[in-house]
Design a protein around this ligand. Sequence first.
Ligand SMILES: Cc1cc2nc3c(=O)[nH]c(=O)nc-3n(C[C@H](O)[C@H](O)[C@H](O)COP(=O)(O)OP(=O)(O)OC[C@H]3O[C@@H](n4cnc5c(N)ncnc54)[C@H](O)[C@@H]3O)c2cc1C
Length: 307
Amino acid sequence: IGNIYFLLKVTARINSPYANPSGTDPDLQIFFAGYTAHCASSGSVGDPEDPEDPDAKKEFTFSPVVLHPKSKGYVALHSNNPFDPPKMVANYLTEPEDVRVLIAGIRVIQQIANSTIMVQKYGMQIDETEYGDCAVKNRYDSDEFWDCAVKYYTGPENHQACSCRMGPKSDPMAVVDNKLLVHGMTNLRIMDASAMPLLVSGNTHATIVMMAERGVDFIKEKWLNGGGIANRFGGESQASNQRVPAVTSPPVRQNNFYNHNKQMGLPSNFNHNEMFHKQHPNLPNPYLGYNGKYVPMYNYYQGYNSK
Ligand SMILES: Cc1cc2nc3c(=O)[nH]c(=O)nc-3n(C[C@H](O)[C@H](O)[C@H](O)COP(=O)(O)OP(=O)(O)OC[C@H]3O[C@@H](n4cnc5c(N)ncnc54)[C@H](O)[C@@H]3O)c2cc1C
């Protein structure tokens, strides 16, 4: 049982015969689900789902997922009403190779499910669902049967991406450049799944968080060194007198940076960044540009105060 619990907490990424020959860019992912997701009425992990039928068979699902589908969908305006949801056309499995990759995944899953340990130790049996009339039209378990079955029972796997993809300006389908800036615009960036140039070979969330972190770095790089945008501790708007001052040597305390103190009822010479640092000693200091470099603001003012 312990091993089965473990199986349901993992995912597999493998190369089908259609994968990139480098072998480092898997095109198939296998998800294992169910069983532990069905809670026992007692609330305890491992207790039978139905106490009145403790020996009832448990079920779980192994799902093959195409990581680099050849089939492409699109997002478009649905109407000229801005409140209408967009039109999303998925075009799943319109390219036959995607079906072949899925069938390759099904064959791997069958090997796992039919392995000695699964069959002899856990008594695993494959559920021979017939998928509509797929088994009537085709010999059960033939490639033709699975070709029919994967179209009968298809899920999206929630990794929609690349609709505003990154690429050079010369690429007519590229929307953002390598700093996530929309081509032809100076201040508009896109930092989410849509900006991926290609789908990653796995789940998308961590990559999107990383893209957003990079995007924030680009914004800081552009605005913090020399001013232009309101600092998170000073200024209530981006009006020019509220902007982070351009800092030149030697550093001069800029009063407008501390307007916020007045609103907070604090003395005008109170250093907000120090206050933040005292309240959140484990968080990194916010950064302020100085002489073309980024230096922790706290250190910067320590230097200033000691002069
Ligand atoms: C059910 C499900 C399970 C998933 N499981 C996993 C997983 O286990 N691991 C993994 O890595 N990935 C998983 N994913 C994929 C991952 O969550 C997504 O790829 C990722 O969240 C997409 O990030 P995003 O920033 O591009 O978009 P989103 O996270 O969708 O963010 C878009 C944001 O924009 C907001 N928004 C929309 N319209 C407007 C508007 N007009 N004005 C203002 N705001 C607006 C939305 O409210 C939303 O907060 C899962 C996705 C789903 C749907």
